[in-house]
Structure formats: C-alpha cells, structure tokens
Design a protein around this ligand. Structure first.
Ligand code: GDP
Length: 411
C-alpha cells in the first residue's frame, strides 16, 4: 500500500492546565524517545537528569514548536512528532491554531486537582477540532492524588466516557507502580529515578479494584465495538487484541478516552504513556483528510499522500539566533523539497524554500524534503506567517485556513 510509512507516525500535542505537569511530562518523553533512537550520546542514570537540566537551561527542548522523536513498540520504530501547544489561558487563540496540526493529544491532569477550568477550555477546543485524546492522570505521588477523582471529573465535568486502561498501585507517598488493565499485568518501579520497571502479576491486594476498573474499561469498549459488546452481554472476556482494537477505534472516533496514570516528576508512567500513544492515537492516515477552499469557493480535500499535490500549513514562526527565521510547517499532502518554490496563498506570494530541518530533542537534522504527515522547520521563507497555506508553485489556489471541523468517523 502506498504511504504505508504513515502508519508509523503519530503527530501529537500535550495539552494541560498550567502547572499540571506538561513541561515535566514533555521532558520525560523527550528523554526516553531521544535515548531510544540514540540521538547524541547515550545517557544513563543520573547523567540523564543532568542532560535534561542542561537542555532546559539551553531552552532547546521545549521551545521547538515541533520535536521529532522515536519510540519502539513491539520491535517497530515509530516517529512521534511532539507539537508544542501553549497551555496558558491567555493564549487560547494559539491553542486553537495548534489544534489544527495535531492528529491526537495527551491531556495531562493534576490528580490532586482533577479537571481544572483551564483543562476544560482546552478539552472543548480539542472537541471542536476533532482531536482524539488520551488522558494522563499526573502527580500520582502528590498529597491528595486520586485516580478516581480524575475519572469522575472526566465523566461529570467534561461529559466524556473515560476508559481506565491503568490503575495505580498506591497513591501519594505509596505510589509504587501501575497496573495495565488491558493486558492485566503490573509494573513496579525498582529505582528512584523511575527508569527501571519490573513486570509481574497483579498483586492480590488489588484484585477487587482491578475487577471493578476493568468492568468500567470493558463497558467503555463495548459502547464502541459490537464484538466486545456481544462478549460483554454474554459475560465473556474479550481478548487483548479485541480490546485494544475496540479502544483504538473508540479513541480515534473521540467517543471514549483512555485514562492512564503516573508521576512525571518521579519519572513513573512515561514509558507506558508512550506505548499508549502508539496503541491508541491515530496515524495521519486515520484522521479525516484536511480540506481547503478553492478560488471558486469549492472544497478540496488533501488526503495524506506524499505523491499528491503539496498542501502545508505554517503553524509557528520562531526566530533563531543562528539561522534567523524558522517557519514550522505541517505537510498534509505532497512533498516539500529544499530549494523549491511554493505559493503562499494566504499572502499571495511565491516564496523559496531554503533549507529544511527536523528538530530533535538535542539536535537539528537537515533534510532534503518533508513528506506528507511530517513536520519540520523551513529556513528561508520571508513572508509566511502563522496559519498561512503553502502549496505547489504551479498548483491552483487553495486556502487551508477555512478548515471545517471534521465529523468523527468510525470505520
Ligand atoms: P506545566 O505548567 O503544566 O508545564 O507544569 P510543570 O511541568 O512546569 O510542573 C509544574 C509543577 O508541578 C513543577 O513544580 C513540577 O515539579 C511539579 N510536578 C510536575 N509533575 C509532577 C508530578 O508528577 N508529581 C509532583 N509531585 N509534582 C509534579
């Protein structure tokens, strides 16, 4: 199948109320994903944290509008582009803009606070833009932390169906690890850094709770999948594969929202969160094609296809001390090549694409092209602004600005 490479892509944002732990979660994600792909040196143990502290000082990690990372799942390499979504309430317009370039998001909640007003605002924006989500109940180590508070708030305040795919082993000071409710395995952290995990059977003391939570999980999956529903009605257990498939389908359709837990500060739960990003959030092939408006006011779709006509959106402009103006783009269709010319239909200008970069957590990689589904930075565009449409030099006018909110699709 053409464009098969896109199955291994996840373009995600991390959305949160200020202080819920977005920065900490992002740093941990970048640490794990950077290490897996062996970008730069290999970092271990304490050196890891040093590296993150240095990165933070240099401000490289989190200021990139889109960071390209890698994560391995079942022996396969996945590309995870992490798009920086502003978190503060004053920047809701910025949040709105960035929602357009996401295929999925991780909503981070502070488990001691539940769903806070600002999280609600961002959640509604994600609803409007049709962004599938998984939720991360962070700060499980904090006094007052309660996984069930987060589940309850998702239901009551957000009116959404939570699918608890994990359960914490202990809360507050007793937070020791995580139970995977889908595969029915437990993971205990064996070092203070949170980097070593031991997998084992579910401890007896959690058996009742696991049964209760798993019932909630299967009910959520049954809402979106007939096979699981049939088994549920007959009192049978779905297989792991059936359950994962049902959850994935329901998540992409934004009918249900898998909920995970952990502590970004203590570095617990982040690897499992990355696994869930791969398992449940969509690839660019699984989201509705972006639409544009033509000259005559007609609508044109751009399915994710690197051989199609070029359609890209500039979503953030940054100024870099070394190379000047960086225009972050998402390519929806076609391929953008360095040294080529594009039309900026928003500004009515023809512009030359200079160099193209992929931003990694601790290095930049110069590339010759960016393909459909990819994100990166362009050096050399003088006029492009946030939200501008870029298309092929000789292609007919189209503006991606007037994107309609796509209806969720269940396949
Ligand atoms: P952001 O505003 O959402 O980016 O939040 P930060 O990542 O900057 O975190 C806000 C504060 O919460 C910082 O003081 C963090 O150290 C702290 N924090 C983040 N994650 C956790 C966690 O898992 N547990 C605890 N106890 N504190 C956390």
């Amino acid at each position: 199948m053409a464009n098969e490479y896109l199955n291994d892509f996840r373009n995600i944002g991390i959305a949160a109320h200020i202080d819920a732990g977005k920065t900490t979660t992002t740093e941990r994600i970048l640490y794990y994903t950077g290490r897996t792909h062996n970008i730069g040196e290999v970092h271990d143990g304490a050196a890891t944290m040093d590296w993150m502290a240095q990165e933070r000082e240099r401000g490289i990690t989190i200021t990139a509008a889109a960071t390209t990372a890698h994560w391995e799942r079942f022996g396969k390499d996945y590309t995870v582009n992490i798009i920086d979504t502003p978190g503060h309430v004053d920047f809701t317009i910025e949040v709105e803009r960035s929602m357009r370039v996401l295929d999925g998001a991780v909503a981070v909640f502070d488990s001691s606070q539940g769903v806070e007003p600002q999280s609600e605002t961002v959640w509604r924006q994600a609803d409007r833009y049709g962004v599938p989500r998984i939720a991360f109940a962070n700060k499980m180590d904090k006094t007052g932390a309660s996984f069930e508070l987060v589940l309850g708030d998702i239901k009551e305040r957000l009116g959404a169906i939570p699918a608890p795919i994990q359960y914490p082993m202990g809360e507050e000071n007793d937070f020791k690890g995580i139970i995977d409710l889908v595969r029915q395995r437990a993971y205990t952290y064996t070092n203070d850094l949170g980097t070593d995990i031991k997998e084992h059977d579910i401890p007896e003391q959690f058996a009742d709770k696991v049964e209760e939570m798993r019932a909630q999980l299967i009910e959520a999956a049954a809402e979106v999948d007939e096979a699981v529903m049939e088994k549920y009605l007959e009192g049978e257990e779905p297989t792991v594969e059936e359950l994962v498939a049902a959850l994935r389908k329901g998540t992409i359709a934004q009918k249900i929202f898998p909920v995970l837990c952990g502590s970004a500060l203590k570095n617990k739960g982040v690897q499992l969160l990355l696994d869930a990003v791969i398992d449940y959030l969509p690839s660019p092939l699984e989201v509705p094609a972006i639409k544009g408006t033509t000259d005559e006011g007609g609508s044109k779709e751009f399915p994710a296809d690197d051989k199609g006509e070029l359609a890209a959106l500039a979503f953030k402009i940054m100024s870099d001390p070394y190379v000047g103006r960086l225009t972050f783009v998402r390519i929806y269709s076609g391929t953008m090549k360095s040294g080529s010319y594009v039309q900026n239909t928003t500004k009515g200008k023809r512009e030359r694409v200079g160099r193209l970069l992929k931003m990694h957590a601790n290095q930049r990689e110069e590339v010759q092209e960016l393909k459909a589904g990819e994100l990166g930075a362009v050096i050399g565009l003088k006029d492009a602004g946030t939200g501008n449409t870029l298309i092929g030099e000789d292609d007919d006018f189209v503006a991606l600005e007037s994107i309609e909110v796509p209806d969720p699709v269940i396949t």
